[in-house]
Ligand binder design. Structure first.
Ligand SMILES: [Fe+2]
Ligand SMILES: [Fe+2]
Length: 171
């Protein structure tokens, strides 16, 4: 059995992960409209990863007999002034998500829910990677500044990313 407060908080986090997926899909569409296909593809994969995050929580709640209750999603922003602006927004968003995860960890700890705390450990590690990735792209875009050659090179590099589906329900 799982505490009601934790069920509610994990349901909110499913919504945050789904909202992240929606945000990154909007960014993918914006990049696509600017013919930055590599960035668009990278963002589409990022969307798939966020769906995986939401599904992890979905599966965990079900395995603990917690009822999944999906909530409404707001329409995301649809245009960013430049790739740099978009990636600065990604970095900020991921820092916000890290804060959400940290609050969840604290709640699990306060409720002595070891299983949830342990489960959230994966997300703690994942957020380190998410922030590092976003911050690296921001730094590269800052280096590139107004160089279209640099932007095309980075676009090609971003386009090389492949989506690795989870091996099982827990990865
Ligand atoms: Fe996520
Ligand atoms: Fe993320």
């Amino acid at each position: 059995m799982i505490d009601k407060k934790i069920v509610e908080a994990l349901n909110v986090q499913i919504n945050e992960e789904a909202a992240s997926a929606y945000l990154y899909l909007a960014m993918s569409a914006d990049f696509k409209s600017r013919n930055l296909d590599g960035f668009a593809s990278w963002m589409k994969i990022q969307t798939q990863e966020e769906v995986v995050h939401a599904m992890k929580i979905y599966d965990f709640l079900n395995s603990r007999d917690g009822k999944v209750m999906l909530q409404a999603l707001n329409a995301p922003q649809d245009t960013w002034s430049s790739p740099l602006e978009a990636f600065k927004a990604v970095y900020k968003h991921e820092q916000y998500i890290t804060g959400c995860i940290n609050k969840l960890v604290k709640l699990a700890r306060d409720q002595n829910d070891n299983a949830t705390e342990l489960f959230l450990g994966w997300f703690v590690t994942e957020q380190v990677e998410e922030e590092e990735t976003a911050s690296t792209v921001v730094k590269k875009l800052e280096l590139i500044k107004d160089s279209s050659t640099g932007l095309f090179m980075l676009d090609a590099e971003m386009g090389a990313r492949v989506f690795t589906p989870p091996v099982d329900g827990n990865e």
